[in-house]
Design a protein around this ligand. Structure first.
Ligand code: ZN
Length: 118
């Protein structure tokens, strides 16, 4: 939750994490220096610093653009307390079999007299 204060009407309002993530994502796509959030009281656009948005936005929110479909699927979060880091198993890539290149002697182009020499 991000606390912001409208500079126009002077009333404080809060921005939820999801909102902050959306504002941050939009600001980044527009390469803006700050996010814009409409004041719920006077409906004017209030600037919110990107640093503040980053602080409250969920991790990785700025990398993923807010897709409504993603919100439908619940992300499996590991139960708190049991910290079991699962290292990515490195798949052993079998060595690619070296193709048997038949060393056929490429016939040298006969420098026949037919070819016009330059
Ligand atoms: Zn306001």
């Amino acid at each position: 939750m991000l606390r912001a204060r409208c500079p126009y009407c002077g009333r404080p309002f809060s921005v939820s994490r999801e909102e902050a993530a959306g504002i941050l994502a939009r600001a980044l796509t527009e390469s803006a220096r700050y996010g814009m959030r409409e004041c719920p009281f006077c409906r004017r656009r209030v600037k919110i610093g990107l640093a503040e948005l980053r602080r409250v936005a969920p991790a990785g929110a700025e990398l993923v653009s807010p897709v409504p479909e993603a919100a439908a699927s619940p992300s499996p979060e590991p139960p708190a307390g049991t910290e079991a880091p699962t290292p990515e198993p490195e798949e052993e890539v079998p060595p690619a079999p070296t193709p048997q290149v038949r060393r056929e002697r490429t016939e040298a182009a006969p420098s026949g007299p037919k070819r016009s020499r330059r």
